[in-house]
Design a binder for this molecule. Structure first.
Ligand code: SF4
Ligand code: SF4
Length: 76
């Protein structure tokens, strides 16, 4: 059985740390970085548990700034 897996790339410079994508992800993949900030001083999003991503793209749809790009791939 092939599973659909996903991965997300974050435009770190554009992310404003609004947390919408973190809330939108039912698989709890995303987290605001606890320490690092971008050049605007925002805690940006990163994949805390990338192995849990199913590529549903909810995060990408809710981001008001288009920071997230979702890729889907089959894995078996
Ligand atoms: S694609 Fe879906 S599962 Fe993956 S991080 Fe985004 S909301 Fe979460
Ligand atoms: S929704 Fe967009 S701007 Fe907000 S934390 Fe997520 S990636 Fe950053």
């Amino acid at each position: 059985m092939a599973n659909i897996k996903g991965t997300v790339t974050v435009n770190i410079k554009r992310c404003k740390g609004c947390d919408l994508c973190v809330t939108a992800c039912a698989a709890k993949v995303l987290e605001l970085h606890p320490r690092e900030v971008n050049n605007k001083g925002y805690h940006f999003v990163y994949m805390k548990t990338p192995e849990n991503c199913i590529g549903c793209a909810n995060c990408g749809m809710v981001c008001p700034d288009g920071c997230l790009t979702v890729y889907r791939k089959k894995s078996d």
